[in-house]
Design a protein. Structure first.
Length: 135
């Protein structure tokens, strides 16, 4: 797999799974940012095994499209204009179990540091920072 860029998936929200690890769940009027990887056919068995080990009851889900965001990290993608965003078809794994266990404060702080390095919009980082204040 190769790093492809940073993207936003609409109609999903950040949540933690029953192990307190990052997950996403469907949610109207929400969005979640994350890393987009270019995955090759030979990567899929490994990813599926990894996901089953770390995410109990996980399923793969195909999103219609992930919108790549223009930032310093998206060097491989040419962005024609902000009015015409680049979209890619994507899939991701998420837990079928809707039970959410609070993450550790250190874990959430590491996620926030990565999001800042990836230049994810500040309003999204601020939204996730609220998770730390509730820990």
């Amino acid at each position: 797999a190769l790093f492809y860029g940073v993207g936003v998936c609409y109609q999903y929200r950040f949540q933690t799974n029953s192990s307190g690890l990052a997950d996403i769940q469907p949610s109207h009027h929400s969005k979640v940012y994350g890393v987009v990887w270019k995955v090759f056919e030979h990567d899929i068995p490994f990813l599926s095994t990894w996901a089953q080990n770390y995410f109990p009851n996980c399923i793969s889900h195909y999103a219609q499209s992930i919108e790549l965001i223009p930032n310093a990290q998206n060097e491989l993608v040419q962005f024609p204009s902000i009015q015409n965003p680049v979209k890619v078809n994507a899939f991701f794994y998420h837990s079928q179990n809707k039970t959410s266990t609070p993450p550790s404060k250190d874990y959430m702080e590491s996620i926030l540091r990565e999001l800042q390095q990836l230049e994810v919009p500040q309003d999204y980082i601020s939204e996730l920072r609220l998770w730390i204040s509730s820990l």
